[in-house]
Design a protein around this ligand. Structure first.
Ligand SMILES: [Zn+2]
Length: 340
């Protein structure tokens, strides 16, 4: 898990002035305001105690007064322009937020790669992470059911939330796996850009430029999917994780059934369900995913005379924003090979 950058401290010394005690140490918003006021009082005392003929010192002291006035009055502004701390619930939201934020926000992931979003169990450290964040990025659409409890435990009154799926029309069943459609992913990136910009306007132009570059990559990816899968329209598959209906719909494929398999071993009932569905829809392949018990599925596929393919739902993986493209291009290659 990534850690937040340590709070920055600023040590502003006005040592060139003829005033030896005019040193402002700014560690927090509170101290910058207090030190600014103290500093102003110092400067006023100095001006008051000067001889009329000492114009150079007088001028410098006035300069010191205005420097201090600025720091005292606008310390809060300076503080509010620091990079926000963003926590993204799981991998796709993290990748998009990281791509948009670049270096202008500390982005952390709540559900670390290696843990499964559908089986997530909150830990005390997660409550702490939300308690200290400025912004929470989430997929929503019912995927992160644990969030409301977690947020209420964190008691972070200033927490802003970005719903990455805002404005996305879901399928009838409200399936949350919208990030696997490169077109809907663009909307998610735009939502994250807007949310970050609203919370941190000072960096809005950077967020805009970063989002634009990432969206361009998503558009190129969409073109690739479209041109390579159009000749394979109607290709039909059975999935074991209901992750691909948006991807399938976008490119004319058909995820005809989702067969929930038990963790341990398949019963004769499970096998007959898969066989029945495979025959009914004339499926081309069974869709497994990385980490699935491929031996069991392989046996089942062999019995059915089908192949097993593996698609990455991007719920786990690398924390590099480019991982999205790497995994999706791999998925495209897999679909192309399976549907031929
Ligand atoms: Zn899923």
């Amino acid at each position: 898990m990534l850690s937040y950058p340590a709070p920055r401290s600023r040590d502003i010394s006005v040592s060139h002035l003829p005033v030896t005690d005019l040193k402002i140490t700014c560690l927090t918003r509170g101290s910058i305001v207090c030190n600014g006021i103290n500093c102003m009082l110092n400067a006023l005392n100095i001006i008051g105690g000067m001889g009329i003929g000492n114009r150079r010192k007088y001028g410098l002291a006035i300069l010191a007064f205005f420097v201090c006035l600025f720091l005292g009055s606008f310390g809060g502004w300076a503080q509010s322009n620091r990079s926000p701390k963003v926590i993204a619930t799981f991998l796709p939201v993290y990748l998009f937020a990281k791509a948009v934020a670049g270096q202008n926000a500390g982005v952390e992931i709540l559900i670390s790669p290696g843990s499964e979003v559908h089986e997530y169990q909150a830990k005390p450290a997660d409550v702490q992470a939300i308690a200290t964040a400025d912004i929470l990025g989430k997929n929503d659409l019912g995927l992160e059911e644990f969030l409301s409890q977690l947020i209420s435990s964190a008691g972070n009154q200033k927490l802003k939330q970005i719903d990455a799926s805002q404005g996305i029309q879901t399928l009838e069943d409200g399936n949350p796996h919208v990030w696997l459609d490169p077109v809907l992913a663009q909307k998610q990136v735009a939502n994250i850009r807007d949310g970050l910009s609203a919370a941190n306007q000072a960096n809005a132009s950077t967020y805009k430029a970063n989002a634009e570059a990432y969206i361009k990559q998503l558009q190129a990816l969409h073109q690739e999917f479209e041109s390579r899968l159009t000749p394979l329209k109607g290709c039909t598959f059975i999935a074991f994780h209901d992750a691909y209906p948006y991807l399938a719909k976008r490119y004319g494929l058909q995820q005809v059934a989702v067969v929930e398999l038990p963790e341990d071993s398949m019963t004769p009932g499970d096998i007959s369900r898969v066989m029945e569905t495979a025959k009914r829809f004339k499926v081309k392949f069974l869709m497994a995913e990385p980490g699935a018990d491929s031996q069991r599925l392989q046996q089942l596929a062999t019995d059915l005379g089908l192949s097993v393919r593996s698609l990455d739902p991007l719920e786990q993986g690398d924390l590099d924003p480019q991982y999205y493209f790497k995994a999706m291009r791999q998925n495209l290659q897999t679909l192309e090979a399976a549907c031929r």
